[in-house]
Ligand binder design. Sequence first.
Ligand code: UDP
Length: 246
Amino acid sequence: MLETKKVLGISFVHSNMNQLTDELHERIKDSKKTFVVTANPEILKLAGSQPSYKKTIQSADYVIPDGIGVIVASKLVGSPLHERLAGFDLMTQLLSLANDHSYRVFFLGAKPEVIEDAVHNIKKKYPHIDIAGYHHGYIDENDQSIVDEIQKKEVDLVFVGLGFPKQEEWIANHLSLFKKGIFIGVGGSFDVWANRVKRAPKVWQALNIEWLYRLLKQPSRWKRILNVFQFIFDVFFMKLTGQLKK
Ligand code: UDP
């Protein structure tokens, strides 16, 4: 089992990307059903104000710190996490693993034309992945046909990009229906695979200012970035006033 550390009531993976990928690989080999949350500060913020969503996040097998804001918060609460593990990077590692072992993968999320292009590009880069199927993300939460398809094909990896909190709720609400599979919420990653959104260059990522790059490229996201700052400020304020619990 990977080491974890509690931040704001949620147990985060405290390891590096290779250790995490190795552990998930073991679980694929053992057909162990697994729920992975890639938690950014906005997810933590919502979990702080919505107990039912917090429970959903707490029910995951692995929660990874996706965003420098989570690392900053972990330091403020006195439970410092090693490093940011970006959801997109984890997805890339898992796709590469799936390619090496011809694992069966399903993709759910994004707009119809986006998921088409994303799957096309993934197929080109990872030709040995066994693609079980894909579906856009504008679905009825209770749509049984997607569940049936994933069940029938006994999928090894399911990437769910419905944005938060929908993706975590979809996984948590359906998990008991599946026998196996790694289920992971991947936010807007399909938009990146479809070349609709560009990831920040490596230097920006290394400097932990990927959020600034996204803001410059998509100024309409300013409210979301503001939310992240407000989240950090709230944690800081709780620390100053002694209200902070791990
Ligand atoms: N999305 C979806 N179904 C919905 C709402 C959103 O599939 O009902 C998709 C949307 O098209 C986008 C992703 O969810 O691909 C959310 O992207 P965003 O950039 O907001 O996510 P982030 O990575 O910031 O969490």
